[in-house]
Ligand binder design. Sequence first.
Ligand SMILES: [Zn+2]
Length: 345
Amino acid sequence: MRIFERLDELYAIGGGQGANRRSGSAGEQRAHDLVSGWLEEAGFEVERDSAANLIGRLRGTRPDLPELWAGSHLDSVPEGGRLDGPLGVLGGLEAVERIGPGERTLAVVAFRGEEVGCIGSRARVAEIGELPGAFVELHIEQGPRLEHAGVPLGVVTAIVGYSRQTVTITGRVGHAGTTPMDNRDDALCEAAERVLAIRNAARAIPEAVATVGVLTVAPGGVNVIPGSVSFTVDVRAPDRGRLDRLLAAIGLETGVGVEPTVMDATVVDAVKAAIASLDVTPLELPSGAGHDAGILAAAGVPSAMLFVRSLNGGVSHSPAEHSSDEDILLAVDALERTLRDLGSV
Ligand SMILES: [Zn+2]
């Protein structure tokens, strides 16, 4: 089928293992050129804005109605997966083509540089062009929740917010051989207890996560009791209340970091209804990763995301990233129904 052939064609760009279309590379440009050709072939009017985002419009007869956009991104991480990004763009193209021209203008969009901080969607909302009345992004889940629930499709209710802070614990340096165990102030032992307490605090708050990823021990001698330890903490949650509750529980500063972005209720409901109409019970879940839909939503564009089940335990940013063909086709059906619902006047 065409969508799978096109996914393969984009995946082959750059050669080597996995997807190789890094932001700003010849590979990303090649993907944009290919998709632009496919849009033109299908009769879409193609715009490249000043941030080089690609917008293909199927013009409606009523320019007074706000546009409805579907899309995602075409750049990848090095050795990335086949579906992260292109699925949302090609799924949007399939869905909009099936719907065909009507009263409202429908568009398929490919944003630049999502993997390097959503530079294309950030530029678009900053100043450079008009924004749609609503945006729907189809994306692979990149996590195991749909697979664990045995559900092929989900709807994203929020993009998690996060705070990254550093904790420093000070103890007392001493000789590893001559300092008795009951006369030590070992900073690493204290840090170990803190790290486990952070894990337990996160487990107690639904949908919240916390990770200690970097730990630096000083002075760092094999025969020296650690005198100081610093470690990073990455805390994420789908709303500010839970984020701050977790930050407070682990003794970190509250009210800081990147705000969570709650998806628009009307667009979320349209995605849910579309999934339900395919006899699937939609799973509602937050996205632990950032996406272009989060940037548009934060800028006030009513937005939501449709997630398709990741297999292989939810691995992503890897050639092992995978969804079944059957789930992908179901997702395109759900996207089509969502756009029909939101686009109806
Ligand atoms: Zn992505």
